[in-house]
Design a binder for this molecule. Sequence first.
Ligand code: F6P
Length: 377
Amino acid sequence: MRKQMRSGHIGVLTSGGDTPGLNAAIRGIGKTASQGHSMQVIGFKDGFRGLMENRSVRLDNKMLSGILTLGGTILGTSRDKPHKMPMGGKIVDMTDVIVENYYKNHLDVLVCLGGGGTLKNAYRLSKEGCNIITLPKTIDNDIVGTDVTFGFDTALGIAVEAIDRLHSTASSHHRVIIVEIMGHKVGWLALGAGMAGGADAILIPEIPYTIEKLADSILERVSRGKRFSIVAVAEGAITVEGANKIRAVERKLEKAEGDVRAKLKAQLSALDTEYRGSTMELANELQQITGLETRVTILGHLQRGGTPSALDRMLATRLGTSAIDYIREEQFGIMVAVDGEHTKTVPLQDVAGKINYVPPDHPWVTSSRNLATSFGD
Ligand code: F6P
């Protein structure tokens, strides 16, 4: 989508969960804008909340210096949504205030660095008439339209190192260790880390499991003299029973509207809570069935913290600098996506609200199956 640029005032914000590489992207945007093109960049604090409260900072060379290697985001972040902002105990639609502040700051474009939730919010602002560009960041790698998201590689490295370390203790104690890996409702991180770390079983949301099949695979290892096992489980992994119940509600949701839709959404979220992320229960059941001592390690926010990997620094820098090229071409209402060694633009309407699931026949899955890794199915 093309809209008219005036003078080159760029706003930047980071929204949703923090991700290693955000500062590299901010630096890429800020340095390219000021050095080559005399554009001015301001950063809004704490995501959409900062834009709503008009809290900003000038992203000059001093601010941008020395941040390439830093984890987190120098701008701060939040999960606040423009149309559902918690305000003094109430949830209020603050979209109008945000759009007003966009104009008050004389912005020509707002660059939103974020994951799936940010994309939806950014698309809403784009429909309100703001010039918007997004960059795909999330450790979950769940955004469609791009080869990969920045943050994923760093989190993958952390999870793999954890699995490597868990191997020696699992083997010494002849235990099963279940390692829970982030990823929201997709399995890219658990699959990648399980594959690279040589996990004996990998459970991901896209391939529902049964505890019996998982236990069989572990007992089969015992019969081959392998007295320990590592299970990499995605936080969103789900049993066949849970997946069937969720699918039934999702099917109804496709045609539902109004109150019925709201009720079905509430049902879905209750089912998610009941069936996903129950790693402790999984461990207890597995221990009972196999008779093997079982322990759980939840990696949690360790996977998001700290310095970005070299690949993520490069990726975020490429995306940040490319964003300025697209701004100069006055391409708005788009996400800057990774396309091999290049970047490309994808219309926000084609990616907002969509999820990049692991295809169950993805080469990472088939390779792992060739090595007799169990998916519990
Ligand atoms: O989207 C990134 C992510 O780390 C997910 O993997 C995880 O489910 C979620 O954020 C955790 O969110 P929070 O940091 O708000 O608890």
